[in-house]
Design a binder for this molecule. Structure first.
Ligand code: CIZ
Length: 328
């Protein structure tokens, strides 16, 4: 009888004999020798965050990508984020360690569907969340992230705004900026959109003194229950606002808890659905493993390219965004 060896290749698991410290050391060494910078989004696996030079939200990482002198940017995030880094750094090599790391929200709006909406709402200024393809950015007046959406919409001279593609973020902005006429596109992030107020209420009934942090990609019933509604970077910053709070309920992708625990080891962070990695787990964000990061550096994979004409127009929308202030 033959013995079958089953190798579990879970996302986030490494394949180099499980020697994580050695693999991380090799990655850091390769990054130094190749003059590469590693950027990791707050939603990445903890070990990928730990091997990076910088972790942050898409706004923070775009700013790091713009500042760097490195020749190679290894972007541990999803495709549209690496694309944005390329748009801001056309002369650099931008690598996405796993080309399958897409984004359902970005896929919810295509150039054709935006064109249809623009024709339906002529004269509206188009504000597009960065969770979108380069093509869609190129058709927009300005981009925004969850960290600056309100400031951007408020500061635009236009009164009529077409907000794309996230309907929850768009509806939240609409509430903060009632003086504008905002039409919201009907896209959503499935990881955030699946949560319901009842999940939070149930988790809160177990932790009645907990502070609730919610991302604006969550639905309105979650937002109504939250003490703070903000981007992931702002969530980390706002923990300091609650020196007496021991427990925080977090309504966003589970990867952020790693940074929260690192910075505030004495506090307790509980996912809004009551468990880590059940619903609040983005399958795309979790596609990049340490082994992928090493391969990216060894084999220069996978290089992100953007058509020059699209890049030039998308750059205008991103540069306008980067010149705007953060919401908080
Ligand atoms: O803006 C981002 O990076 C996203 C998608 C979430 C957040 O707030 O970090």
């Amino acid at each position: 009888m033959s013995t079958q060896v089953v190798t579990l290749n879970l996302p986030g698991a490494i394949t180099d004999n499980g020697n994580r410290p050695l693999l991380m050391h090799e990655i850091r060494d390769l990054a130094r020798r190749r003059n590469a910078i590693i950027l990791a989004h707050n939603y990445q696996w903890p070990d990928v965050q730990d091997v990076a030079d910088f972790t942050g939200d898409s706004l923070g990482l775009s700013l790091e990508a713009q500042k760097t002198d490195a020749e190679i940017i290894v972007f541990c995030g999803v495709h549209f984020m690496a694309e944005s880094a390329k748009i801001l750094n056309p002369e650099k090599k931008v690598l996405l360690p796993n080309l399958s790391a897409g984004c359902s929200l970005a896929d919810s709006i295509t150039a054709e569907s935006l064109d249809e909406w623009k024709r339906r709402y002529p004269g509206y200024a188009v504000v597009t969340y960065v969770n979108s393809t380069a093509e869609v950015k190129a058709m927009s007046d300005i981009c925004c992230t969850s960290a600056n959406a309100v400031s951007i919409v408020r500061s635009l001279p236009a009164r009529k705004i077409l907000f794309t593609p996230d309907r929850n973020l768009g509806n939240w902005v609409k509430k903060q900026v009632p003086e504008k006429e905002i039409v919201v596109y009907d896209g959503a992030c499935p990881t955030h959109d699946v949560l319901r107020g009842a999940n939070i209420s149930k988790t809160r009934s177990v932790h009645p003194d907990a502070v609730v942090f919610a991302h604006p990609e969550c639905r309105e019933d979650i937002i109504a229950l939250a003490d703070e509604v903000c981007s992931t970077t702002a969530m980390i910053e706002r923990i300091a606002k609650y020196p007496g709070a021991k427990t925080f309920i977090v309504a966003t992708e589970s990867g952020i808890v790693h940074q929260m625990k690192k910075r505030y080891p004495g506090r307790e962070f509980i996912m809004a659905d009551g468990c880590i990695g059940c619903r609040l787990h983005c399958p795309y964000m979790k596609m990049i493993t340490l082994a992928d990061v090493k391969r990216a550096l060894v084999e220069t994979k996978f290089e992100i390219t953007v058509e020059p004409e699209i890049l030039a127009s998308a750059r205008v929308a991103l540069d306008r965004m980067l010149a705007a202030p953060r919401d908080n």
